[in-house]
Design a protein around this ligand. Structure first.
Ligand SMILES: Nc1ncnc2c1ncn2[C@@H]1O[C@H](COP(=O)(O)OP(=O)(O)OP(=O)(O)O)[C@@H](O)[C@H]1O
Ligand SMILES: Nc1nc2c(c(=O)[nH]1)N=C(CO)CN2
Length: 169
């Protein structure tokens, strides 16, 4: 099964740029686009350091579940420990959305909810995504929405807090 995936990766412990680069390296020839590294204020209410975030687009012979396992492998390789929900981490990789045959995969499975249910609320996912695909669209329960419209609906202060470093991971 060839699928197109959008991944979001974030890090705020250790050498964040190096952690993010492991995602790029693991995708290899499947990588279609990767955003610049963006510095982003922590989302979710836990007081912690700013994150470095990237959004990536890839095409590969993986099922949605295999993309999730790909993300877990990278988190494991970065010695990620799950302590506080939405807390600091060496590497977090989320499956934002998957397309199979050009159609969005929609799932409310708790182990793999697609599209990621909080992606549409997160400037740290959407702003880097727009940088690599200005026509990006995301399925939401209210219909398929341009990512640009989702960004426009966010708190402007949150969007303004997301800065491109101008550097690739
Ligand atoms: N689209 C998805 N991408 C990644 N994980 C998902 C997805 N949908 C459900 N999950 C599940 O979410 C669980 C928790 O993931 P994780 O520890 O990365 O959460 P988090 O990064 O703290 O919070 P968030 O899910 O809000 O980003 C995972 O065990 C995974 O099975
Ligand atoms: N800015 C930003 N905030 C976060 C991030 C992240 O990657 N970037 N990841 C989190 C873990 O779910 C919680 N909060």
């Amino acid at each position: 099964m060839t699928t197109r995936v959008v991944l979001s990766a974030g890090s705020n412990i250790g050498d964040s740029r190096a952690h993010l680069r492991t995602v790029v390296d693991a995708l290899g020839d499947d990588l279609r686009a990767v955003s610049d590294v963006h510095v982003t204020p922590p989302w979710g209410g836990v007081e912690q350091d700013d994150f470095a975030n990237i959004t990536l687009i890839a095409d590969g012979d993986r099922t949605p579940r295999e993309w999730l396992e790909f993300c877990w492998e990278l988190e494991r390789a970065a010695d990620r420990v799950r302590e506080i929900r939405w807390g600091p981490r060496t590497l977090d990789v989320d499956v934002v959305s998957v397309e199979a045959d050009g159609e969005p995969v929609v799932s409310d499975d708790e182990a793999l909810t697609l599209p990621h249910p909080r992606a549409r609320d997160r400037a740290f996912v959407l702003v880097p995504w727009l940088q690599i695909d200005s026509d990006a669209q995301l399925w939401t329960p209210d219909g398929v929405r341009p990512v640009a419209d989702l960004v426009a609906a966010l708190d402007p202060a949150e969007v303004a807090g997301v800065h491109s470093t101008g550097e690739q991971p």
